[in-house]
Each structure stands twice: as structure tokens, then as C-alpha cells.
Design a protein around this ligand. Structure first.
Ligand code: GAL
Length: 414
């Protein structure tokens, strides 16, 4: 009897070890900059504390364009990762193909419906089922500035396009780089959407990037947006082309440049460099866009994979939505929590501003999905915007032609 009992104990221990050992997730993501990797470590450590090991699959390239290409190859080969960082309409595309695991049980247990804003749920659910776990809410209509340069040149917070141009003129005249920028399509589009918002306002933004209204896309206002992009082209340095976004952030961090128009993942780089908001850098809304928020949310979608990954996928989803994690991760990442019930106590002044702006924009109907980061239209449309915006920024055609090209490109991509 005793022998049988002992054997049973050994077997149970081995089985639990075996099950425990299977608690691993292979995660495809594009968080490869210093700030992003620092935030990701919060998630890796959290999972490790729950016995789930992390099999890392980083694919460098801002906004995930390269990562989505690798994902398509992995799925085509019948070998999808356990979980994938995804944005907006890309999640819905995969959900429509039936490729994503149903997270409803975890969502029900965690009462996600009550704490995740409807603007995010639009991208986290398909046919009423949760198919992605939202990590955060980033916003793109920020301008980051080096406070020492602004103080030295007696530049106050720009509140309009004209203020911004005169500030950049002062910086350029001082010999510093006025606008730190990386010449990559997604970065050009990130700047473009803010200039569109400041030029045409919320209704124009919605009609252009969400409704894809042809008249708006071909309007004189859109021509002005392109003309203003031409003006900004005159404030970047000669080596902007192809520069990664975090290297542009580094130019503002180290005092080489005064401004960068970029999403608040840039703040993660400032924090990583031990810079303090309000002392070393300022987090300001792009002039003329105060009150509005153009957002994108990083979500993790789980793929239908063989074996007993479902338990570790559920644990990953639970960990992501845990309030403590939502605070710890977003404090480092530069974004704000996806959950609406997380205190801002741990956040710095930029984080607190981001959380306050999000609530106000949502309440006032001034919250819009970022076009550049996959939250205003599906990928084919987003890429059509990228192509025209970047070709124009690189001087391939003038603003008049850019408007006509945009109308055609979106009509074809629809
Ligand atoms: C965004 C993403 C951010 C950050 C940024 C730069 O699309 O939501 O988390 O990775 O791209 O790559």
C-alpha cells in the first residue's frame, strides 16, 4: 500500500512538473527600443512570478509593420506564435479569419466589459467575443521638447501652427535641429495626422481618416495639411531619412534637437535616459490639438495553437489586465492604462495628463483612432495613406498633386 502511495505521489509530482513546464508563451512583438524593452520586462517578470516562461520573438520596426509581415509568414507556415502584439484593425482582420482564441471566459471572470473603454472594445471583440487583451492606450498627438533649448531661446509653449513655426525658426537660427524626425512612412504618417488635426479639427480628421470621405480627402484643407508638411520638411536635419523613432527621441534627449512630434512611447525613452518631465523635457499636445486625443492601443491577441497553450494564454491575458500590472507597465511604457479603474498615483505629470486627456476627450467626443497606428481604417487603407504622405514628404510631388494622389490611392485601397 505504502509503495503504491509513494509511486502515486511521484507520478503526481512529475505530472504537475510536466504541466508546469508547459506553462510557456511564445510572444511576437516589436518592443525593441530601450524604453519598450524596459516596459516589456515588467510583463515578462509578472508572468515568470506566475510560473509562465516567456519565449521571446521580437521583430524590430516601429508601429509593427515588419512584425505583421513575419506574423503572416508564421501563420502561412502553420506555426503561429502563442500571442502577438497587435493594433486595432489588424486584430479584427485576424479575428475575421477565425485565427484567434476566444478569451471570453477570462474576460468574464475579470469583468473586462465594465472596465475597458468602448473605444478599445471595438478592437478587442469580434462578434461579441473578446479576442484580444488590451495592455494600454497610447496617444500620438504629442510634441516632445528639450526644456533647456526652449529656455535658452526664450520659447514658450506653442499654442498654434504659427507659434510652432516661429519657435522652429528660432531653433534653426540657433544652429540646433528644430524637428527631430525619422524618415519612415509610419513616422511621416504619425506627424501628418497631428498636422491634419491641428489644421482641420476633429470633424475633418474623422471625415478624412475614419469615413474616408472623398471630398474631404481632396479638399483645400487637405492641401494645406500637405503644404504644412512641406514646411516641416524644412526643419528636419539632413540625416532624417530612415532614422528609427527612438534615435530621433535621443536627439531631443541629448539636446541636439528641440522638438519631436511622436506618440507617447517616446516618453519611455526620456524616462530610460533618467530625464524628468517638466525639468528636462516637456510633454505638450501638438499645438491646436489640445482637447483631442488620437489614440492607439497595444493589445495581445492569442492564436489557436496546438497543445495545452490555452492555460498559459489565459494566464497571459489575466496578467495583462491585472490592475497592478496595468499601472506598473504603463508607468514605464509612456502610455496610460487600458483599464479605467487604475489610479494615476504612480504616474508622473505626463502620465497624469495623458490619463486626464483621455477621459476628457472620450467624454467630449474628441477621441479618435490613430490613422498611422491602425486605429482609423484597415491596413490596406493605412498603407495607402503611408505611401502618398511619404512620397510627398520626400519631394516626389507637390501638395496639389499629393491631394489628387491621395484621393486616387484611397479609392483604390477601399
Ligand atoms: C506603436 C505601438 C507602440 C510603439 C510604437 C513604436 O504602434 O503602439 O507601443 O511600439 O509603435 O514602435
Amino acid at each position: 500500500m505504502l509503495k503504491r502511495l509513494m509511486l502515486g505521489t511521484v507520478f503526481t509530482t512529475l505530472l504537475s512538473f510536466q504541466t508546469h513546464a508547459d506553462q510557456s508563451v511564445e510572444v511576437l512583438h516589436w518592443w525593441t527600443s530601450g524604453g519598450e524593452a524596459g516596459a516589456l520586462n515588467v510583463l515578462k517578470d509578472d508572468l515568470s512570478s506566475k510560473g509562465v516562461s516567456w519565449n521571446d520573438m521580437p521583430v524590430a520596426g516601429g508601429s509593427g509593420t515588419a512584425a505583421m509581415t513575419v506574423l503572416r509568414a508564421r501563420v502561412a507556415a502553420g506555426n503561429p506564435p502563442t500571442a502577438v502584439q497587435m493594433l486595432g484593425f489588424d486584430i479584427l482582420d485576424w479575428a475575421q479569419q477565425g485565427a484567434l482564441t476566444d478569451l471570453n471566459a477570462v474576460a468574464k471572470e475579470g469583468n473586462w466589459d465594465a472596465v475597458i473603454p468602448t473605444a478599445l472594445q471595438k478592437f478587442s471583440k469580434h462578434e461579441g467575443k473578446w479576442i484580444a487583451a488590451p495592455v494600454n492606450v497610447h496617444s500620438t498627438n504629442w510634441i516632445w521638447s528639450n526644456k533647456a533649448i526652449l529656455d535658452e531661446l526664450n520659447i514658450s509653449e506653442p499654442n498654434s501652427w504659427d507659434d510652432l513655426v516661429s519657435a522652429m525658426d528660432k531653433v534653426k537660427a540657433s544652429g540646433k535641429v528644430a524637428l527631430a524626425h525619422g524618415g519612415q512612412p509610419w513616422q511621416d504618417a504619425t506627424v501628418f495626422e497631428s498636422i491634419a488635426l491641428l489644421t482641420g479639427g476633429g470633424d475633418f480628421y474623422k471625415k478624412a481618416f475614419i469615413d474616408l470621405d472623398e471630398e474631404t480627402l481632396g479638399s483645400d484643407t487637405m492641401k494645406t495639411v500637405f503644404e504644412r508638411m512641406e514646411v516641416l520638411r524644412g526643419y528636419v536635419d539632413d540625416n532624417f531619412s530612415g532614422r528609427d523613432w527612438n534615435l530621433a527621441s535621443a536627439m531631443v534627449i541629448n539636446g541636439e534637437a528641440a522638438f519631436q512630434i511622436m506618440g507617447d512611447w517616446a516618453k519611455g525613452e526620456f524616462l530610460r535616459a533618467n530625464k524628468k518631465p517638466g525639468a528636462d523635457f516637456l510633454c505638450l499636445r501638438v499645438p491646436g490639438t489640445q482637447g483631442y486625443v488620437t489614440f492607439n492601443s497595444d493589445q495581445f491577441a492569442m492564436f489557436n495553437v496546438d497543445g495545452n497553450q490555452t492555460e498559459s494564454q489565459a494566464q497571459l491575458a489575466k496578467s495583462i489586465l491585472a490592475p497592478e500590472f496595468q499601472s506598473a507597465f504603463n508607468v514605464v511604457k509612456g502610455s496610460v492604462p487600458a483599464r479605467t479603474d487604475v489610479s494615476d498615483a504612480a504616474f508622473d505629470e505626463c502620465g497624469k495628463k495623458g490619463m486626464k486627456d483621455l477621459v476628457e476627450a472620450n467624454d467630449n467626443g474628441k477621441l479618435y483612432g490613430s490613422m498611422a497606428h491602425g486605429h482609423s481604417a484597415p491596413a490596406a487603407i493605412k498603407n495607402a495613406f503611408y505611401d502618398v504622405i511619404t512620397a510627398h514628404f520626400n519631394g516626389e510631388f507637390d501638395s496639389e498633386t499629393a491631394v489628387a494622389e491621395l484621393v486616387d490611392a484611397i479609392a483604390i485601397a477601399k
